[in-house]
Design a protein around this ligand. Sequence first.
Ligand code: DI6
Ligand code: FE
Length: 396
Amino acid sequence: MTRMNRLWHNARLMTLEGRGLGIVEDGAVACEDGAITYAGPSAGAPKTAERIDCQGRWISPGLVDCHTHLVYAGNRAREFELRLAGASYEEIARSGGGIVSTMKATRAATEDELVATSLPRLDALIAEGVTTVEIKSGYGLSLTDERKQLRAARRLADLRAVAVTTTFLGAHALPPEFADRDAYVTHVCDTMLPALAAEGLVDAVDAFCEGIGFSPAQVARVFEVARTLGLPVKLHAEQLSDLGGAALAAGHGALSADHLEYLDEAGVAAMAASGTVAVLLPGAFYFTREEKRPPVEALRAHGVPIALATDCNPGTSPLTSPLLAMNMAATLFRLTVEECIAGFTREAARALGHSDVGTLEPGKACDLAIWDIGQPAELVYRMGFNPLHARIRRGQ
Ligand code: DI6
Ligand code: FE
């Protein structure tokens, strides 16, 4: 006996299967028990009990936001004003603002408060068709507070119909109670990461490899522990300077290296060799008024997969719109419409190591976004307009 047998028909599909958008002009998607059983031309669609007429609308895979820091307390609007008056992100970070100011607010919040204050941000993503979201820790910077942040992230998945995947970012900034970065990294490696992994709170491990963050040698220590725990790694690399972080990540078989404005050709080649996804974050580029573009042409030439994400965070990308991120990626980074849409679906799923979402194919989760548009480019072209008609998660 089959349950929840559904067919969305009279639709145009972006299946994202293979390399391009995978367009099917007169298409249908069938679902059984939350999984896709058919995605293709209407003519070949199975007969099912419940039929939903899409009236010519477009169906894409549900969007995947593969890099966010959306669980935090407080905001950094005051720092924004200081930056408008001329202060730099690095100056603010060095004078006790930046990540550490969000750490203080996050530490002061209860788990319930973190959930409540983060939920509207998650709802904004969901309203634009997001069905899978990655959420990083990194604003607790102690065992107790990182645990609280990761637990809050997990709880968001119970409150909304969305898949949440958690990433431990203990090596994000130096908490004030440690005078020395190496000593803090030891605490991350010996205490925080093993404990949180044992509690089942960690799906992947990330670090901030930067002059104001952690050195490649310190990141390598964290990655070694991740390896012994069997956890995949990813890295904030080459955002403000070139420390060779992406090549380091690639050497550890990282799922992704993220930001990458200062990535050089050798780093691109290393990523290509390891199959590491380049996650580009145009919101942070825009908000920090960065002038150096990530090496998109080299990434293409070497066949490095390109994903996009909001990087939703209070300091450098207070962005909760994947559609605006697509527009920024096209306008600021010169990505094509196909690259932008693939970047929030197929390639974002790859950046998370999730093989069950990101395309419309039999066997994948039936996570759909149904759009009121006449052509795919409209998703990327408009600014601040949301044409989502419906969002389907696991067939519902
Ligand atoms: N890079 C970023 O852009 C965010 N974290 C990171 O490692 C910024 C986080 C913040 O400023 O709060
Ligand atoms: Fe980030």
